[in-house]
Ligand binder design. Structure first.
Ligand code: ZN
Length: 50
């Protein structure tokens, strides 16, 4: 499940660099999972690999 989610996340690109596409927040919490750098929006909770 997690793997599929990460592949979907790879399709995203920032509309505005450094901002969440969904809520336009610039607050993120970053983590590394399985060698993939994940960024979680603190506004809406959307995860994205960067
Ligand atoms: Zn967001």
């Amino acid at each position: 499940m997690e793997e599929t989610y990460q592949k979907e996340a790879l399709l995203y690109k920032d509309k505005v660099s450094g901002r969440c596409d969904n809520c336009n927040s610039s607050y993120f919490k970053s983590s590394v999972k399985g060698g993939v750098f994940l960024r979680k929006c603190q506004g809406c909770g959307v995860k994205k690999s960067i």
